[in-house]
Design a protein around this ligand. Sequence first.
Ligand code: NAD
Length: 452
Amino acid sequence: MKISIIGTGYVGLVTGVCLASKGHDVICVDQKQEVIDKINNLITPIYESGLEELMIKVIKTGKLVATTDLKSSVMNSEISIIAVGTPFGNDKIDLRHIEKSAWEIGSILMDKEHYHVVCVKSTVIPTTTDTLVKNVLESASGKKAGDFGLTMNPEFLREGKAVEDFMYPDRIVIGAYDNRSFETMKHVYEGFFDAPIINVNLRTAEMIKYTANALLATLISFANEIGSICEKTKDIDVKEVMESVTLDKRFNPRINNQLVNPEMINYLKAGCGFGGSCFPKDVKALISYSKWAGYVPQIIDATIRVNKEQPLKMINRLEEILRTLKGKKVAILGLAFKPDTDDVRESPSIAIINSLLEKGALVYGIDPIANQNMQKIIPEDRKSVWYSTDYKEALKDADAAILVTSWAEFIDIPTQDFSQLMKTLVVVDGRRVLNKKGLEDVGVMYIGVGLS
Ligand code: NAD
């Protein structure tokens, strides 16, 4: 099929590259010239494992082109997939980019004779597609929904595993305005192995995405809350508690006497909180939507409150030990919101660094690939903030180290490096991945989230 994708960020580019690799003719459109230039120079504007190789392949075979020219892209495709950002601002979802994109596509559809399907892939609150998007498309095109198709096809990929998740989806949810829209959209996913295709209405598709994210975020905050109780009680370690709880066969079944270890149990581990471009904004958008719709949510509201406090607890515990953080050099191991991505959006490291700076500390952040993105949020000034990729530089003469992101390279740091390089031997493990006993054996004071 001929597919245009509007918005070439994480979701748009991964979608475009993967659909092109499945044989579709894809046009990736973005309003930012620099994004398009990078793609055309065979460089991915974002880091995602396996993406660049696949992108180069599909560009070279002519299956994917990138442009800022929306008009020719819509005219020369059968489906337009909207994958623009839907940030959270002023206490609700900001649908500005969706509205603009729908208006631009609608204006082009006015002159298009052939049937065209518009698909919303961005995460949008329930009723967005069948009210805002539909109304804007109708006003801009002078046509009625039905003359053009309308679908809502949420994306469930995880950053860091985006290509794999897109290629091997658990399910493909297609919310459709009518049967013709659904049947057309289904062809996009032909050959996607055995993934079930879920045919629902537009607003159910929107709600499925929010529910999935709210549930996973709530699991994390639940584990963190249990961790906070453990921290207040001597000799209870949340790690032992949660590991044992999740051995229940309802969480972790055995097949042929082997534990399945489903990914879900990773969300039931205490840490310094969730971040990223989705969980925080999506849960907040769902809360705001729910209130607007007439229900004041309890559980997901607490999910956000627990998560907001979680990173700052690391600082409080450090302050108790060092007494003051003023003038203290603190190494931050990891800036990305999780390993294998360069995304720092809403990363717990931001709250941690800001709090340290407020308290007069000197921050030395290290990350294998996220330094550049962090620079845009908290710039390096080389007076109180430094960034590097070399953990030895960060640990040298440090008064404390806080592990924020569980990158493999940090887990593998030899315990002697902490004891030999640091000035004061205090390590806060915000993900419970470091070798507690090994660190204590070389004289390091180990502080773990969920452990008194
Ligand atoms: P992003 O910010 O990385 O990319 C959005 C892109 O859209 C940007 O490059 C921007 O320049 C472009 N854009 C905005 N308005 C445009 C317009 N009118 N015309 C052309 N281009 C335009 O965003 P993202 O992380 O890819 O997220 C996109 C959507 O997908 C969001 O709704 C998000 O919630 C959802 N989502 C994201 C993920 C994820 O892991 N990042 C996963 C699932 C769903």
